[in-house]
Write a protein that binds this ligand. Structure first.
Ligand code: HEC
Ligand code: HEC
Length: 211
């Protein structure tokens, strides 16, 4: 992951040090590259081979819903999703993607087999399991599965949250709860507001271990 530290974003253009990486940043502006080529030559640096990233600051994309992926990539391209990490990393990446490349990337990642973590804190996992399936009636949090599907695999624009990195889930729940940097997630705001930090950590830990 050290190599990633050499990525700097200048005026929305990602400049990456190292020969093969420079090749990749040039590829981003080539509309003839397929989604698969982009995924393998560019996105994999951060999101891992087949979209199974190692570092939790980069979300896992394997098995993610194609409609959700498409909407997020368009939101990065139009600057509609604007938390600092999205701005720093994904605006430059998405700026020259064509609609066709976005559709191909979405179907590529949906077709990859997700790997998942193995959380060891059984108390947190059990608490998270309860939140996922029952919600938290006292603070009007609906069960997550009602929108994200029985196994957390998502559908349409409801993202897959099963097998995602716990720290990425924690981060996004904070973004949604405390900021307006993800306006498309308005429906999640009420959910996030009913969760305290301990409950967020529990449900994130539970989800990270689900296949
Ligand atoms: C230099 C690192 C880097 C590269 C290269 C990169 N990404 Fe990202 N990507 C990120 C980071 C960091 C985030 C998380 C942003 C946040 O915290 O909101 C992200 C988020 C995303 C998301 C949102 C996922 C979700 O669960 O909401 C999608 C989709 C995505 N990237 C697709 C891609 C695609 C497709 C490519 C290649 C064309 C790519 N990324 C290349 C760093 C990168
Ligand atoms: C009423 C429907 C609904 C419920 C209930 C719901 N979600 Fe969501 N959630 C969504 C939608 C829709 C999005 C995608 C928003 C967007 O497009 O940005 C989302 C996004 C998310 C994300 C961001 C995913 C990513 O890859 O960045 C996380 C994490 C999340 N939800 C976790 C949860 C958890 C945990 C629960 C249960 C406590 C829950 N959600 C309950 C509808 C819901």
């Amino acid at each position: 992951m050290k190599k990633l530290m050499t990525v700097v974003v200048l005026g929305g253009v990602a400049l990456v040090a190292g020969c093969s990486d420079i090749q990749s940043s040039r590829d981003l502006a080539n509309p003839n590259l397929s989604g698969k080529q982009l995924a393998e030559q560019v996105c994999s640096f951060c999101h891992g081979a087949q979209g199974n990233s190692i570092d939790a600051q980069f979300p896992r994309l394997a098995g993610q819903q194609p409609q959700y992926l498409t909407e997020q990539l368009k939101a990065f391209r139009s600057h509609g999703r604007s938390d600092p990490k999205a701005t720093q990393y994904m605006w430059g990446i998405a700026r020259s993607l064509t609609d066709n490349q976005i559709a191909e990337l979405a179907s590529y990642y949906y077709g990859q087999i997700p790997t998942h973590g193995a959380p060891t804190n059984t108390t947190l996992v059990a608490e998270g399991d309860k939140i996922f399936h029952n919600g938290i009636p006292a603070t009007n949090v609906p069960p997550c599965f009602a929108c994200h599907g029985a196994d957390g695999h998502g559908h349409d624009n409801f993202p897959r949250i099963a097998s995602q990195h716990a720290n990425y889930i924690i981060k996004q729940l904070h973004v949604i709860k405390y900021t307006d940097e993800r306006p498309q997630a308005a429906i999640m705001k009420g959910v996030a507001h009913g969760l305290d930090d301990e409950q967020i950590r529990a449900v994130a830990t539970y989800l990270s271990g689900q296949s």
